[in-house]
Design a protein around this ligand. Structure first.
Ligand SMILES: [Fe+2]
Length: 469
């Protein structure tokens, strides 16, 4: 029984030497480790630096009263132990006031030996249970975050999510996320969140900056002597990134450091996976582009079609104010959108006369085949949707799903216009190519029915600008 209690540390905030001795007599002899402080400021100081299981607080102290102590404790960034108020002013009002300010319990002076011990045991027990619950919560959050992080395979999305998660969990003043550049072996700032007056984050770090940390245990979040926390993110072999958290005077508690360490391991692996997947994706896309080009080259009528679709789609995207990431997706989708035609017999694809109803039904399957071909690639959702829905129509008469209006993703609506324009201004076996003005008239005629009116307007603007320049 005694040995169980010896690990428990109690901070006694009491200015009366006689009462201090009483605590030593009762609690010290029962195996508790006691630290005595006689005023509010020195008690707060020791609490900032050391961890305790319980605080016993006198309400009348020489510098400030116990309520002020409780108020200041409430502003601590680290987790604080339960506080049992012990006061000679045995009025219910004082006790209630102290509880409102965050005290866990109160006992009145003069106290009995049993009364004191049972209050101490009760409050330590409750706080241990509470800590356990919050540990379970931590494990739960780690699992949840892990699920999110591992499922993200896009580097940009991954860095945005990681910085948001870390920022909302440990609330630093500034969080910085660096990625390793394999060519230069340096780490460049990829994402930053938060601010501190007069603080300029370093834009790049070299391995030398981390040398000391490197020798430490892997993945352990630690405080650098320059005042920030650094979490080294390891892939299977090498460092793949760095997370730095600046928090002014604040110290992260053990729980947060454990959390960051575990999270750091997962983030490292996720970055490595995302990098590998990115490389794989790029080589796959370039292989598919080569394939598309060679297929198009075989057929004089579709030569450079996807190149042209990409050109117009990106131009429309720019005119509609899409960001670079979206434009990149649009370009990829433009190259890939008709890849599903590979799965359809040449005699239908290359047919020089018009298609029978049956043949047209087969042609209508090409977006679905495109999806099947692209599935293993895990390309961005918006790229996949643009490919899948580039034959949908605003009035719901398109295929494969008959989506209507804005239910058709914007990129698919853009691709539909760019694809049709490119088809109209190219020579086809069953008709002559149209002049661009005729094609514009055709698009205008079908705006609001087949095509998105705003997308058609954006294309017309682009074409008019290019005419006048
Ligand atoms: Fe198509």
């Amino acid at each position: 029984m005694k040995s169980e209690k010896t690990n428990n540390r109690i901070l006694i905030v009491e200015d009366n030497a006689g009462v201090q001795n009483l605590y030593r007599e009762i609690l010290g002899k029962n195996g508790y480790q006691l630290t005595m402080r006689a005023d509010v400021s020195s008690a707060l100081d020791v609490l900032k630096k050391e961890d305790f299981n319980l605080v016993i607080l006198d309400l009348q102290l020489p510098d400030e009263d116990g309520v002020a102590f409780l108020e200041k404790l409430g502003q601590f960034d680290k987790s604080v132990p339960p506080v049992v108020v012990c006061t000679g002013m045995a009025s219910l009002e004082n006790a209630v006031n102290a509880m409102k300010k965050g005290a866990s319990d109160f006992i009145t002076k003069p106290f009995t030996v049993d009364g004191l011990i049972s209050a101490v045991e009760r409050n330590i027990k409750i706080s241990q249970i509470t800590n356990k619950i919050s540990d379970i919560e931590m494990v739960r959050s780690i699992l949840e975050l892990n699920r999110i992080i591992i499922s993200i395979t896009d580097i940009e999305e991954l860095s945005a999510s990681v910085i948001d998660l870390v920022y909302s969990f440990v609330k630093p003043d500034v969080a910085l996320f660096y990625f390793k550049d394999d060519d230069t072996e340096r780490f460049f700032l990829r994402k930053a969140k938060g601010s501190m007056p007069g603080f300029n984050p370093p834009l790049a770090l070299s391995l030398g900056d981390l040398e000391r940390v490197k020798q430490e245990d892997r993945n352990i979040a630690r405080r650098s002597d320059k005042g920030f926390f650094e979490i080294i993110l390891y892939g299977k072999k090498d460092i793949v990134g760095i997370l730095r958290l600046y928090s002014g005077e604040r110290f992260f508690d053990d729980r947060e450091l454990r959390f960051l360490s575990v999270l750091g391991t997962q983030i490292g692996i996720a970055i490595e996976n995302a990098n590998l997947l990115q490389q794989l994706k790029e080589s796959y896309i370039s292989a598919i582009r080569t394939l598309v080009n060679s297929l198009e080259a075989k057929d004089a009528y579709t030569k450079n079609h996807s190149e042209q679709v990409a050109y117009y789609a990106v131009a429309i995207g720019k005119a509609l104010g899409l960001d670079n990431r979206a434009l990149e997706s649009l370009r990829n989708a433009a190259y890939l959108h008709d890849i599903g035609k590979l799965g359809i017999k040449d005699e239908i694809i290359l047919k020089k006369s018009s298609l029978s109803e049956e043949e047209f039904e087969i042609i209508k399957k090409h977006p679905l085949i495109t999806r099947e071909i692209l599935k293993p690639l895990r390309i961005r959702k918006e790229e996949m949707e643009a490919c899948l829905y580039h034959h949908e129509r605003i009035n719901g008469n398109g295929y494969p799903d008959g989506l209507e209006g804005e239910k058709i993703p914007l990129m698919a609506r853009i691709l539909a216009v760019a694809d049709s324009l490119s088809a109209m201004i190219s020579e086809r076996p069953y008709r002559k190519k149209m002049e661009i003005n005729e094609a514009i008239e055709e698009l205008k005629r079908n705006a609001g029915e087949q095509f998105d009116e705003n997308v058609v307007k954006a294309l017309i603007n682009v074409l008019e600008k290019s005419k006048s320049s």
